[in-house]
Design a protein. Structure first.
Length: 105
């Protein structure tokens, strides 16, 4: 198992697809599927028939998972950056490639 370059709570920018350029916070990470769920991005709609649990039926909107390669960690300037790992003061930390700043400080 490799270390997570993107974690829950990270601010990310969408790099490709219909939501390209939008940003949001990671709500959930699905490491086995290499996917992330980003708040307010990639909204999917399901048409639901009325049922006993939901007698009204209607449209069900939710945030669908995105592949992890489509998102990049937001740097201090709000643009996407890659992440690498470095050892600083004996600790393994995530570092933004563009700025060289430690992320988990």
């Amino acid at each position: 198992m490799s270390a997570a370059k993107i974690k829950k709570g990270d601010q990310v920018v969408i790099r490709s697809g219909k939501d390209k350029g939008r940003s949001g916070t990671v709500v959930q990470v699905l490491p086995k599927e290499d996917k992330v769920v980003v708040g307010g991005v990639n909204i999917a709609t399901r048409h639901r028939k009325p049922s006993q649990a939901n007698p009204q039926g209607g449209l069900d909107r939710f945030e669908a998972p995105l592949h992890i390669s489509k998102v990049g960690l937001a740097d201090k300037d709000g643009k996407a950056t890659r992440v690498r790992f470095e050892t600083r003061d004996g600790k393994k930390v995530r570092v933004a490639v563009k700025s060289g700043e430690a992320i988990d400080v």
